[in-house]
Design a binder for this molecule. Sequence first.
Ligand code: NAD
Ligand code: UDP
Ligand code: UDP
Length: 315
Amino acid sequence: MKYGRKRVLVTGGAGFLGSHLCERLLAEGCDVLCADNFFTGVKDNIAHLLGNPYFELMRHDVTFPLFVEVDEIFNLACPASPIHYQRDPVQTTKTSVHGAINVLGLAKRVGAKIFQASTSEVYGDPEVHPQTEDYRGNVNPIGPRACYDEGKRCAETLFFDYWRQHALRIKVARIFNTYGPRMHPNDGRVVSNFIVQALQGQDITLYGDGSQTRSFCFVSDLIEGFIRLMNSPDDVTGPINLGNPREMTVRELAEMVVRMVGSKSQIVYRPLPADDPLQRQPNISLAKEKLGWEPKVPLEDGLEQTIAYFRKVVG
Ligand code: NAD
Ligand code: UDP
Ligand code: UDP
C-alpha cells in the first residue's frame, strides 16, 4: 500500500463467502472492489454495503481480462455447489483456469498480493484421512465433479508457476465445507438443503445411506483464516487447509438439523451422486502453526445462527 486505504479486489464478492469477506475488509478499513457475474451470487448479499463509499460493485466475468489498480486480490469467483458447478461444466473449468490466468496477469502487472480460494476437493475421494496438504489426492479427471476439482487443481498449478516464474506473492487456501448465513436457499449444499427442508416441513433428502462424512466450518471462522493467511509473511504461500476438524456423518447432520429446527420432517433416501467423496476431514496443523488459527464456533452455535437466518428468508 503506497498511501491511503488498501485497495482490495474480491472476485466472486457477491457470493456466500465473498460477501462476508467484503464486509470484513470494509471493517478493516480497506477500499473494496467486488467483481461478480452473478452466476450464483446475488445482489441481496451485498445490498447493505452499496451505500459505503469504500465499496464498489462491478458486474464482471473473470474469464475475461480485467484492468484495475489494486494492492491485493482475493480470487473467489467460481460456483461451489455441485448442482451449480455441474450446470455448465465447461464454464466452470473456464472460470477456474482462465479466471486464474487473468487475475494472476493482473497481479503481475500491478504487483498485487493474490489469494486463491482453493478447495478440499483437490483431494478428491481421499485415501489419506484426515487430509494433510502434502497428500496429492484421488480425483477422477473425467467424472462429473472434474470440472470443479481439476479446474481448482489447475488454478493451484498456475498460482505456483506465477510464483516461481514471476515471483508473485501468492496465498493458496484449501477450504473445507463451510456454512452460515447468506448461503442461497437453492444453493444445493447439504447444510442449506437440510435447514430449508426442515423449516418447510419437507422431506430431508439424504444421499446414499448417509454414512459419508464431512467437517463443517462456520463462515466467521473461515474468514478469520483468510485474513490471517493474506497477512502472513511472504514465505507462507500455502497450500494451507482451512476448515473445522469436527467430523460427522451426513446422517448425524440431518438428525441434528431436524432436532434443532423442531421439525416433523422425515428423512428420505436418494441415490449417492457419482464420485461423492466418502470421507473428509481437514488436518489443520499447518494453519495452527503458521497462522495461529483454529475454528472457534461450535457446530451447534453456527447452526443456530444459520437456522435463524433461513427462518427470515424462507421460514
Ligand atoms: P458461491 O457460489 O456463493 O459464490 C461464488 C461467487 O462467484 C458467486 O457470487 C458467483 O456469482 C461468482 N462467480 C461464479 N463464476 C464467476 C465468473 N466467471 N466471474 C465472476 N464471478 C463468478 O460460493 P461460495 O461458497 O461463496 O464459494 C466461494 C469460493 O470458495 C469458490 O471459489 C469456492 O470454490 C470456494 N470454496 C467454497 C467452499 C464452501 O464450503 N463454501 C469450500 C471450498 C471452496
Ligand atoms: N490481464 C488482465 N489484467 C491485467 C493484466 C493482464 O486481465 O491487468 C490478463 C491478460 O489479458 C492475459 C492474462 O492476464 O490474458 C495473463 O497475463 P500475463 O501478463 O501473465 O500473460 P500474457 O499477457 O503475456 O499472456
Ligand atoms: N448431501 C445430502 N443431501 C443433500 C445435499 C447433499 O445427503 O440434500 C450429501 C452429499 O451427497 C455429500 C454431502 O452431503 O455427501 C455434502 O454435500 P455438499 O454438496 O454440501 O458438499 P460436497 O459434496 O461438495 O462436500
